[in-house]
Ligand binder design. Structure first.
Ligand SMILES: Cc1ncc(COP(=O)(O)O)c(C=O)c1O
Length: 416
């Protein structure tokens, strides 16, 4: 990994110590080029509308392959959607609910992991409480019972970066016949997410953070055995096997019809309606092609560096950051004792919500990008005294020690 070349690919680093990937990763040069390429392509007159259509969607289909590789999944298990919430909503509305069922998540989880379930009548939402920012398996075991329909967690928590042990959560889910759904927004692109070895049922993940992708566009993973078990809650004609355009039976039908819409043929019958046999049946409103092109490029970029290389680099940078923060008297809100629970997302406090707020404001105005995040955990910001939260710093592969030095120097001056 040639860090100078990589830093050149992220122009934001020319002017800022950008340490806020957990919020949004500014577009890289390759991502911008992919978008420009798309616009140029679309501005050229098509020689054949259908061929143009296929070509403009082919990088989107390729992005699915990239996502599958990254997750060690099969291509047919991947749907490209628009947001994490859309994936959560899709899964929540596929499951068969009974009164008295419950959903287990954590007290700092992202709202997209709770909001969809809150609307389901008779379904209880159970929040596992953190202890000093961490979650123990025994606390999950206590919360999960035979009425638990699904455990839904953020693999890496968005407030303090605590990273869950997915294999262990799978065992807890299996003990009670529950599904396991994971939001990997804060982990995919910096940590290994392997659906095969962890046995996950569902993943939803918008890709504009650690994945360095475009603002719009998310991956929905549905385990192969579950795909045909569920009917999609959103329905569009492209989710039908015979009309899907880009793939399988749909593509064959279009070609057979001389590139005309198969649904316009007199023999087409709505009774033949069958959902796609892949996760594409869950796609609903399709991801705009321009975002698919950008996502394809971003995922290729991440894979070309390698997740293990990224993980090790982020950990090294994070160690450097921790040393600096402790040196100037800041308090860590991220548990760092066990490597398996760590990531490049770190949270610290200067002692109060007010001083954290002021620090974030000043740091950002002086060229250091970080964010302020507090959880709504029981003793949270509502009582005025933060229990869990503070200043969130992200160290991703393109950062270096100088970025961190700038943060520490300024934070030290603000504390003086
Ligand atoms: C853990 C996590 N999940 C999801 C999201 C975003 O959800 P959506 O894609 O539905 O906007 C964020 C954004 O901050 C996040 O940090």
């Amino acid at each position: 990994m040639k860090i100078d070349n990589i830093r050149r690919d992220f122009p934001v680093l020319r002017t800022r110590a950008f340490l806020d990937t957990a919020s949004f990763c500014p577009y890289s040069v390759p991502v911008v080029k992919a978008i420009e390429h798309y616009l140029t392509f679309m501005s050229l007159a098509p020689s054949n509308t259908f061929e143009q259509f296929l070509l403009h969607r082919s990088p989107v289909e390729e992005a699915k392959k990239e996502a599958a590789e990254l997750l060690n999944a099969k291509e047919k298990e991947i749907a490209l959607i628009n947001t994490t919430s859309q994936g959560m909503y899709t899964v929540a509305n596929c499951l068969d609910w009974e009164k008295g069922n419950n959903v287990v998540t954590t007290d700092q989880t992202h709202p997209c992991c709770t909001i969809t379930y809150m609307g389901l009548p008779g379904v209880e939402l159970r929040l596992v409480k953190n202890v000093d920012g961490a979650y123990s398996l025994s606390d999950f075991e206590e919360m999960v019972d035979d009425d638990t329909k699904i455990i839904t967690v953020c693999h890496t928590e968005w407030i303090n970066g605590f990273t869950h042990d997915l294999k262990a959560l799978r065992r807890v889910a299996d003990d009670h016949g529950a599904y396991l759904m994971v939001d990997t927004v804060q982990s995919l692109g910096q940590l290994e997410v392997d659906v095969e070895s962890t046995g996950l049922d569902f993943i939803s993940c918008r890709c504009y953070k650690w994945q360095t992708g475009p603002l719009n566009g998310a991956i929905l993973f549905v385990r192969e055995e579950l795909v045909e078990e569920f009917e999609p809650p959103f329905m569009g004609f492209r989710q039908l096997e015979e009309l899907s355009l880009e793939r399988g039976e749909g593509l064959r039908m279009w070609r057979m019809m001389g590139n005309q819409n198969p649904a316009s043929h007199p023999i087409y019958s709505y009774e033949n309606r069958d959902y796609a046999k892949t996760a594409a049946r869950f796609e609903g409103p399709p991801i705009p092609a321009v975002d698919g092109w950008a996502l394809n490029t971003a995922l290729k970029y991440i894979r070309s560096i390698g997740i293990e290389t990224i993980r090790k680099r982020n950990l090294k940078l994070s160690d450097y950051l921790i040393e600096g923060l402790l040196d100037i008297g800041c308090i860590l809100n991220t548990p760092i004792n066990e490597e398996k629970h760590r990531s490049g997302l770190l949270c610290y406090t200067t002692g109060s919500y007010e001083s954290d707020y002021e620090s974030v404001r000043t740091l950002n105005s002086m060229g250091v990008s970080v964010s302020l995040r507090y959880s709504a955990a029981e003793k949270g910001w509502r009582e005025g005294m933060p229990h869990l939260g503070g200043i969130r710093v992200s160290t991703h592969f393109f950062n270096n020690e100088e970025d961190i030095d700038k943060l520490i120097e300024l934070q030290k001056a603000l504390l003086a």
